[in-house]
Design a protein around this ligand. Structure first.
Ligand SMILES: Nc1ncnc2c1ncn2[C@@H]1O[C@H](COP(=O)(O)OP(=O)(O)OP(=O)(O)O)[C@@H](O)[C@H]1O
Ligand SMILES: [Mg+2]
Length: 349
């Protein structure tokens, strides 16, 4: 019965990110692209909102409402909430029925997950109404999404700067040769900005304001145009509302230490790669994806630090989910990548 029902289902690709969750449905394309956030009434445990609706509530809720992120650094920290969020998104795609709506799913996960963590991602997807789940490492999915020649014996170097993690990997002949995952990415940059504004201007601002500063006037290197932006918050001395004018140079200073860590991690992976592949990287450059790659000037910072060309892929926020889509629509071709990944050499260990 189970098999019969699953036979009729659709296939999905899932990018369960720390900041954003995306779902690709075979034959249709990306149908869900929402923040990985839920708002919960902590008196009744009732889920009040999920996704974009919940993000609007960040920092604006009464005491009995919690706005939570069920994933931290790409790892499930709240299993029930992750499953609830996934079921909510999948129901929107597949209709109200919850069981076996989907034949199979390919899910992107960070490279350095433990078996237990991988299993929990898989379980969350299976529990949300999918008959069979396959795991793909996110840099591989990103490379597929960017249509890089991953099957060829040449280095495809991917740097995915997401919300929770920066994943750096070199892929050749359908497998990960070296990878490294750093728990410093877009969300840490926003935290750095909150801290900087607090220390420098004695002003408390929330996460959405910090993110807006980062996206609007933030940059990794000085840019031709000088920008500034007014930000509002609570004066830490008087306790009253206050607004200050923040310059692009302030944001650059606030995020410089974290960006240095990202650059160092990319450098370590390049330095640890076999010489032939280093030659390929020099020739082909590095491919940047993930929301963090949209920070202005980050490509320039990396290329100046590494002396290598850096390309930001088209539509960097959807690259991983598009890759899971390519994999789920060509399961036979990519079965090897999904079922039996070559054991990558993780240079953290
Ligand atoms: N224009 C922009 N400039 C700078 N940062 C941006 C921009 N747009 C999005 N971001 C940042 O990108 C991050 C989200 O990226 P993405 O959706 O790729 O992460 P994720 O896949 O959910 O996380 P992870 O892969 O770490 O689990 C957020 O921190 C967001 O603030
Ligand atoms: Mg991601």
């Amino acid at each position: 019965m189970k098999n019969l029902l699953s036979f009729f289902g659709k296939s999905v690709g899932v990018d369960l990110g720390t900041a954003n969750s995306l779902i690709y449905v075979s034959g249709r394309g990306i149908v869900v692209n929402e923040p990985s956030i839920a708002a919960v009434n902590n008196k009744t445990s009732h889920v009040l909102a999920i996704g974009a609706d919940a993000k609007k509530m960040l920092g604006r809720t009464p005491q009995h409402v919690n706005v939570v992120r069920p994933l931290i650094s790409g790892v499930i920290s709240d299993f029930e909430m992750t499953q609830e969020m996934l079921s909510h998104f999948l129901k929107r795609v597949g209709g109200p029925q919850t069981l076996m709506n989907f034949k199979e799913a390919v899910i992107g996960v960070p490279t350095n997950l433990t078996e237990v963590e991988r299993k929990s991602v898989e379980d969350a997807v299976l529990g949300a109404g999918v008959a069979r789940a396959y795991i793909i490492e996110e840099p591989l999915a990103a490379a597929l999404g960017a249509r890089l020649p991953i099957d060829e014996p040449t280095a495809n170097m991917i740097v995915d700067i997401g919300g929770g993690t920066t994943e750096v990997a070199i892929i050749s002949m359908g497998g990960t040769v070296i990878s490294k995952s750093l728990k410093v990415a877009g969300d840490k940059l926003s935290d750095d900005i909150i801290r900087y504004i607090r220390d420098e201007f004695k002003l408390a601002i929330g996460e959405p304001s910090a993110e807006e500063l980062k996206m609007t006037i933030g940059s990794a290197v000085p840019m031709a145009d000088k920008l500034d932006m007014v930000v509002r918050g609570r004066d830490l001395i008087t306790g009253l509302p206050k607004e200050v004018q923040v310059k692009d140079s302030h944001i650059r200073l606030a995020i410089s230490k974290s960006l240095k860590q990202v650059v160092e991690t990319v450098k370590e992976v390049v330095e640890a790669s076999p010489p032939e592949l280093t030659g390929d990287i020099l020739k082909r450059g590095i491919y940047l994806c993930g929301g963090g790659s949209m920070l202005r000037g980050i490509d320039k910072l990396l290329s100046a630090s590494l002396n290598v060309a850096v390309n930001v892929v088209d539509d960097p926020l959807t690259c991983v989910v598009r890759g899971t889509g390519v994999a789920v629509e060509n399961l036979d071709k990519y079965a090897q990548i999904l079922d039996n990944p070559l054991q990558p050499r993780d240079i953290t260990t």
